[in-house]
Design a protein around this ligand. Structure first.
Ligand code: ASP
Length: 617
């Protein structure tokens, strides 16, 4: 019953034909998106990745083709040969680009049948995600997924073209390698030849890209898969794609210019003109003004209004509100959300991340500006003016309680930052800053955050750890501080916490798109960093020996960055999950529902690998 393709060649894609093609012969191939049987006439919407064309099979004109059309069902694959006909004015379909024409069939070849699909790619109602992932090939046939995957292709290509144009070489690095320094859990691959030994899948090509600089390639990039075995976190994938790059002799702004260049190209590929250079902020400033290290620039920053007050006013204010005047007094402002009820006002701070994520409150809130203005007219007026509060803004003051727990200014600012974001979420419909306007300047607010701390205190392990990875270099001016505190890895109060790294993140609308750093290229400094991290020479050698050795053979100064491609495409496609822009994604539990992986393997395979599986309780 099925026909062969034979030597039939396609002349047009299903989205191509226009009124100007009327009269031409055309050969189209694709899936039956929909079939309408009106008796003597059968209409078929024929679909491929470019669109849909209406195909008409008329019994009077062509009885054999009409008979065959009667057999067609959704998702059958056919080829049609026919003549392009301009549709009558009243039958034009304005919703599709091919809507002015139809193909009148002379020959129809049935190339393949389809079982009744569990859901139809042409339907707008979506099945649940499990079903979509199990039958991913059907899901990918849907318009929206075709759009997203095409967007991914265009964005990758734009980035690749840009970087190649800037003299970067695309160089592959191994997947079967050894543990890399990103600090997440590794995926391991057992070696058959050396039972009991394992490769690790790379969490990033970090050491290889640095070695490529030692190898003289000067500028490297790769759009590369990375693997991290992390516990469930919303919108993470076990394997994900990074735009990874490294260059020799850069300053931070050399790397930034490259990133700004390829992001401009990527956004252009999606139809948006962004305008670098991006604004810049130090980590300290970001925490102080926005309460986190990835400020959402669509919202006003917090303002420390102590500066607006005279010392006497600050004394009066801190005594009255029982707050610590050495801590910032943060004015948090949500534009255009001033008009809320008294109850709403009183419940500010009782919901969201502010209340729950950061432990018991030591923050004193002043959420009634009217009352404040009545009680303290002079201070109120100054504060409002200083922070640029508009008449219809919602605003409040947050300060540290005098008798609160012993908290750091940083922790206080972070807590205020959560409140700023909670309020912005709650009143999003009023301030509208999260809505797309079509103007890239307001829709895409980029930011560079730099000068991250070099070390972060690990509460559980009670020690300092690298905040980025241990190959990140520090500010030259902070070198003396490192040397003076090189033996203080277990001291939570150590000034190690003040040392700034030449590390940076690129942030978009409050999400981190990527991070990188200038690296340590000198053996002596690398050794000091390991020492400060409490890592003995032997331990460092055991983990990174080959790399440390490579550093000894004339390593040029170098630095780089890696950005998450999946997230960038997600933003550009307007999708709300990474799974919408990854062709074959995994679930939150790292399961591929289509191929059904992971799976147990045979006893024979295990034996060959010298592996025994024990049950975990
Ligand atoms: N390897 C780092 C990461 O994956 C990026 C970099 O430092 O270039 O976060």
């Amino acid at each position: 019953m099925l026909d062969f393709l034979g030597d039939l060649k396609r002349t047009h894609m299903c989205g191509a034909l226009r009124a100007s093609d009327a009269g031409k012969r055309a050969v189209l191939m694709g899936w039956v998106n929909r079939r309408r049987d009106l008796g003597s006439i059968v209409f078929i919407d024929l679909r491929d990745r470019t669109g849909v064309t209406q195909v008409v099979v008329n019994r009077e004109l062509n009885a054999p083709a009409h008979d065959k059309a009667g057999l067609l069902r959704n998702e059958f694959v056919i080829a049609v040969i026919g003549k392009v006909k301009q549709r009558d004015r009243d039958t034009v379909n304005k919703n599709i680009p091919t809507g002015e024409v139809e193909l009148v069939v002379e020959e129809l070849r049935l190339l393949n049948e389809s079982k009744q699909p569990p859901f139809l790619p042409g339907e707008t109602v979506l099945p649940n995600e499990e079903m979509r992932l199990k039958y991913r090939y059907l899901d990918l046939r849907r318009d929206a997924m075709q759009f997203n995957i095409e967007m991914r292709h265009k964005v990758s290509k734009a980035i690749r073209d840009y970087l190649c144009g800037e003299g970067f070489f695309e160089i592959e690095t191994p997947f079967m390698t050894r543990s890399t320094p990103e600090g997440a859990r590794d995926y391991l691959v057992p070696s058959r030849v050396q039972p009991g030994s394992f490769y690790a899948l790379p969490q990033s090509p970090q050491m290889f890209k640095q070695i490529l600089m030692i190898s003289g390639f000067d500028k490297y990039f790769q759009i590369v898969r990375c693997f991290r075995d992390e516990d469930f976190r919303a919108d993470r994938q076990a394997e994900f794609t990074q735009i990874d790059l490294e260059m020799s002799y850069p300053q931070t702004d050399t790397v930034w210019a490259v990133v700004e260049g390829f992001l401009t190209a990527a956004f252009k590929a999606a139809g948006h003109d962004i305008n670098p250079p991006f604004p810049r902020m130090s980590y300290d400033e970001a925490v102080r003004r926005c309460g986190n290290d990835k400020p959402d620039m669509r919202l006003p920053a917090m303002v420390d209004v102590r500066e607006a007050m005279t010392p006497e006013e600050l004394d009066e204010f801190s005594a009255k509100f029982k707050i610590r005047k050495e801590f910032p007094v943060q004015l948090i402002r949500i534009p255009k959300a001033g008009d809320i009820s008294g109850t709403e006002r009183r419940t500010i701070g009782t919901y969201g991340a502010y209340q729950h994520v950061q432990g018991p409150s030591f923050v004193q809130l002043m959420t009634d500006p009217k009352r404040f203005a009545k009680d303290y007219p002079a201070i109120s007026e100054k504060v409002v003016k200083f922070a640029g509060v508009e008449a219809d803004d919602l605003w409040l003051l947050a300060a540290a309680k005098a008798e609160g727990a012993d908290q750091s200014v940083q922790h206080f600012c972070e807590k205020c930052g959560f409140l700023r974001l909670d309020l912005a979420q709650k009143y999003a419909a009023k301030h509208k800053a999260f809505e797309k306007t079509g103007d890239p300047a307001t829709d895409f607010r980029f930011l560079w955050v730099s000068d991250f701390p070099m070390f972060e205190w690990d509460k559980n392990e009670k020690r300092w750890n690298p905040a980025h990875h241990p190959f990140t270099t520090l500010h030259e001016e902070d070198m003396a501080k490192l040397e003076a505190n090189i033996e203080s890895v277990h001291d939570p109060k150590s000034p190690l916490g003040e040392i700034r790294a030449l590390a940076y993140d690129v942030v978009l609308n409050g999400t981190e798109l990527g991070s990188g750093s200038i690296r340590i290229h000198r053996q002596d400094i690398q050794r000091k960093i390991f020492q400060a991290l409490g890592m003995s020479d032997e331990e460092a050698r055991a983990r990174f020996g080959f790399f440390l050795e490579a550093l000894e053979y004339g390593t040029p100064p170098h630095g780089g960055i890696a950005l998450g491609l999946d997230r960038i495409v997600m933003i550009l496609a307007g999708a709300d999950s990474l799974r919408e822009v990854i062709p074959f994604p995994k679930t939150a539990r790292a399961v591929d529902l289509m191929v059904d992986a992971p799976t147990p393997v045979s006893d024979g395979q295990l034996k060959e690998l010298g592996i025994k599986v024990t049950k975990r309780d």
